[in-house]
Design a protein around this ligand. Structure first.
Ligand code: AHM
Ligand code: MG
Length: 323
């Protein structure tokens, strides 16, 4: 019998309405108010930064001076890579032209970067990790960018941006970009978590999944077990438990965004407990943990700071703990 099915499937099937990121933000806010337009424009700028970084990453091995270290050490005490600097500058330059963001603070800068000409109109601050998982850059493995948007509180007259040291619930939006086989942008403005895929032929992020919910259970635990003997006993017990029971598997890429993305979609837990060198853990609250926690809570998961102060906050979801 001859099949009646069409033999050619259109590249963008017509039952898909190709929702772009900026349109989605406006739909979410159900408004064309100035605030909604601002947020939509900010997301658009983040998308532009993501496209520029994705383009650089895709050719980095062919471009002189794109890979390797700069020889500098950043405020976190870590060696800076050339891609860290490039990506950091990309975010600054796309927001310089935006008129919307007055301050940017990033993992790679000692102090916040002010754009004075934007400050009278743009009361938003962007916090970001320009390249998360930098150790993966030189070997063409997945990396990410993480971002968080906060509204400026107070006048910040001393230029110290103290208002940023506030509760993560004050974030008005957060998200990340995963540079993998596809470039994926995941964001939330406090109304669910949504993911977009960059279609390079269109140069647009197109909606791929709306209202993502983390599965209630998942097999993956994601942590750097090379630090096992530096952890608190309670964390070691937890790890022994998953070793001894069936149904769990370890996955760790060395780039938080990639590991988090897997857990968001498939369930599981990510841990970065404190170590001897970093008793508070390695993850940075403003640029990494708070934005990802915002997303995780929006997706129905949770996070735990731990019972001891030496544990870093880490997103946790859907894994049973030892009895
Ligand atoms: P980075 O943003 O400076 O690259 O550091 C953060 C990264 C996370 O992406 C990842 O989870 C962790 O550091 C990996 O650290 P380690 O190599 O100690 O396992
Ligand atoms: Mg990082």
């Amino acid at each position: 019998m001859v099949s009646q099915e069409p033999s050619i499937v259109p590249e963008h099937s017509l039952d898909r309405d190709c929702t772009t990121l900026s349109r989605h933000v406006l739909q979410q806010l159900q408004s064309f108010s100035p605030d909604a337009q601002d947020l939509s424009a900010i997301m658009n700028r983040i998308a532009l930064a993501a496209k520029l970084i994705a383009r650089r990453l895709s050719r980095a091995g062919l471009v002189a001076g794109a890979l390797g270290f700069t020889g500098e050490v950043n405020v976190q005490g870590e060696s800076v890579k050339k891609m860290d600097v490039y990506a950091n500058d990309v975010f600054i330059s796309v927001f310089k032209q935006s008129g919307l963001v007055c301050r940017l603070a990033s993992e790679e800068m000692d102090d916040p970067y002010y754009i004075p000409e934007n400050c009278p109109i743009g009361r938003y601050t962007l916090l970001y990790d320009p390249i998360d998982g930098s150790s993966n850059v030189d070997i063409n493995l997945n990396v990410g960018s993480i971002f968080s948007i906060r509204q400026q509180e107070g006048e910040d007259l001393d230029g110290k941006a103290q208002d940023l040291l506030q509760d993560g619930h004050k974030q008005i939006a957060a998200g990340y970009v995963l540079y993998g086989p596809a470039t994926v942008l995941v964001y939330s403005i406090g109304r669910g978590v949504h993911s977009f895929i960059l279609d390079p032929s269109l140069g647009e992020f197109i909606l791929s999944q709306e209202n993502i919910r983390i599965p209630e259970r998942g097999p993956v635990y994601s942590t750097n077990e090379g630090n096992f003997w530096q952890w608190d006993e309670a964390i070691r017990d937890y790890t022994r438990y998953v070793h001894r029971h069936e149904g769990y598997t370890a996955r760790y890429s060395g780039a938080l965004v990639g590991d988090f993305h897997r857990i968001l979609l498939q369930g599981g837990v990510f841990l970065y407990p404190g170590t001897m060198k970093k008793p508070e853990g390695k993850l940075r609250l403003l640029y990494e943990t708070a934005p990802l926690a915002f997303l995780m809570e929006q997706a129905g998961g949770g996070l735990v700071r731990g019972r001891k102060t030496s544990w870093t906050p880490f997103p946790i979801a859907s894994m049973p703990v030892p009895p």
